[in-house]
Design a protein around this ligand. Sequence first.
Ligand SMILES: NC(=O)c1ccc[n+]([C@@H]2O[C@H](COP(=O)([O-])OP(=O)(O)OC[C@H]3O[C@@H](n4cnc5c(N)ncnc54)[C@H](OP(=O)(O)O)[C@@H]3O)[C@@H](O)[C@H]2O)c1
Length: 295
Amino acid sequence: MTGDDRVLVRIRGASVNALDWHLMRRLPHLISMLLGMLRSRVRGADMAGHVEAVGKNVARFKPGDEVFGVGLGSLSEYATTSEDRLAAKPRNLTFEQAAALPIAGCTALQGLRDKGQVKAGQRVLIYGAGGGVGTFAVQIAKSLGAHVTAVSSAANADLLHSIGADRVIDYSKEDFTKSGQRWDVLFDIGANRSLADCSRVLAQNGKHVFAGAPHGLWALLSRLLKAQLMSRSGSQRIMFMARIRHEDLVTLKELVEGGKLSPVIDRQYSLREVPDAVRYVGARQARGKVVISVN
Ligand SMILES: NC(=O)c1ccc[n+]([C@@H]2O[C@H](COP(=O)([O-])OP(=O)(O)OC[C@H]3O[C@@H](n4cnc5c(N)ncnc54)[C@H](OP(=O)(O)O)[C@@H]3O)[C@@H](O)[C@H]2O)c1
């Protein structure tokens, strides 16, 4: 292990994110170059497991503790990280379930609570509700007291109602941008509708928070540019990248232990099957999270 500030984790569960798919595609485009600094020989970030060893400056954890969080190269048996990016594992989750939480859970939490500033009684629309981030977002918006509309394919309707969505819009049958309805916060993970279309559904002072990245470099750059221009003109468009922080992991743990948040797991793979797991996530049809069991 390297570094006095590092924590070595023996991984028991990991999960796959869209970012892992982007990094593994090895496309020679700018995103890969920009993300190059994140590349390691072994991929993955989300993890849960036991603390194996700690550097001398680490105060929060000791060997044997059960933890979850983010480390570089979590699709493997061991990874190191800093204590700021870990928290004690929720008592009522398996390691695989806990590993589903960090990136997708922090994205949903920060997008709704911090960027969207969702308040009780507000109307929130989650676009792209059926996936990893979306299934956390529905539950977190509910826990903040919002009235939640989830946009997804019909196949996910029962699941989304069961985790708290008040209303589910099947995007193959109804275009939410033409419904005439308004929402206080549009949490946009689907990322394939134009900013102008999304503007139409915002209530007065409504916020369009987008975390999703359109597939394709030019679509992404164009969206970033437009969002930048619009935010300068005073509109409430917020694009953000989630940060993994100890306090937010603790909030997720408390929500889980309080029965307000539960990871939705679509598929579980073994470490040997990671390429299949990443391909499945890349197809963008996952229902909740895809996790890896590391035994
Ligand atoms: N900003 C950040 O910090 C951050 C962090 C994590 C993820 N992200 C981004 O957020 C997005 C979602 O991540 P994720 O982990 O939730 O991905 P995911 O688990 O792969 O989500 C896939 C979901 O997207 C939905 N979807 C696919 N095509 C759609 C369409 N045409 N219209 C509406 N929904 C569609 C699917 O639902 P249906 O079955 O209903 O089609 C599926 O459930 C990705 O772009 C990812 O890169 C950003």
